[in-house]
Design a protein around this ligand. Sequence first.
Ligand code: CTP
Length: 444
Amino acid sequence: MSMKRKKVITYGTFDLFHEGHYNILKRAKEYGDYLIVGVTGENYDIGRGKMSVHDSLAVRIDNVKKTGFADEIIVEEYLGQKISDIEKYDIDTFVIGDDWKGKFDHIARYCNLVYLERTQGVSSTMIRQEKFNKHRIGIIFDVLDENKIISETTQIGEFEVTAAYTDKDDLKKDFEKKYDFSNIYDSFDDFLGNCDIVFIRCGVDDRAGFIEKSIKSGKHVICDPPFSLSKEKQIRLFELAKENNVILIDNVKMVHIHVFNQLLWMTQGNLIGDILSFSCSVSKNDKSKENLLYDLLALTLCPMIKIMGQDYNSVDIQITKDGNEIEFASLDFKYNSGRVLINVGNNIRVRNQLEIVGTEGTIRVDGNWWRGNYFELDYPDSDNVEIYNTNYNGNGFKYLLKTMSNMLSNGRIVSTGVFPDESIKIVDILETVSKLEENQERRN
Ligand code: CTP
């Protein structure tokens, strides 16, 4: 009578394969006759916030294979899969390093559980820190709102914030205190000397000047959109970035988040049929920011341009002002295929929502659609509403950084999140709004 094989399973990311990985696989194998190794999938790691993994899944699998200890390699794709795997592969023993001690105790109900001592003095994190130079980010700010960039950056191993600059002296102390960050430079040149990527967070009137200076010093630039309210200037800035072979990227986080690409795929791939209507609205209450309405409009025009394209036939714009600022703007675009309505409120409350009605389905986000964390899909002939989501902590900036990291390692300077021509088209529309604003002022 043949004896049943004793099956062992263990899991890990196995990034930058090292001695600790080798040792645990070797010892895990000794607990049975057949070893299954679960290697984390890229989506799973990104979804649980492990954004610093360097090697591709294929490389990590290959490294596990090369040890000769694994009889079978599987991919770990979702939270909770370990329990299904134990049942599916009829596992006798589950092995994991003791850095997880206590965290997997519930597994003991399904099979033997063994925590093995970690190999001291080595980890993927350590190797990443030693092997790769970090990209240094410098922040230019004129409000006390760095938009989580410091906390988001620490989640991606390859980046660190090394410098900050403001020409508003009174903000320096508050910034230092609020973010526990003291490398705030008095001289702009010193600031530029201490970073490779410049993140610009200031009012629209100052953005183009800072972008130009940074690019001319060979720095990559991340800047809130719009970079200016002039189409010509926007074109010039992208040309300048190209001439200097640096990245110039719109700080629109949504387009770098998985679920937005699903939405884009569905709308562009005709999965909700022909688009009949696109409506999108947003409002914010923040009196500290000048020209906030243009920032909100740029944010709103971004999904419109990406989903509906740039070839609209006409646009009807209405604005109302409160003192010097536009407090409400409504833009009504006519496309051959359908119609777009955009409503933006600056200190006027408008319900935040996005709705795309197609002949075969409707996509909807109720609430903060620009976070890009979920959307609903409603098919007319079905009772079910499908929900697509990406769960993440923070504000999503880390996904933009992940894109940047790919661009830097591939030597690519053009962002596919918001393409330069899309960014330019958005500013073209904003320029029309700002001319209308000027004309109204002249008339009053
Ligand atoms: N492991 C180990 N000794 C080490 C490092 C890892 O025994 N020095 C074990 C872990 O406990 C786990 C498996 O190897 O069971 C896979 O670990 P993984 O998380 O991929 O490796 P780390 O080096 O811990 O990675 P990171 O630094 O990214 O957390």
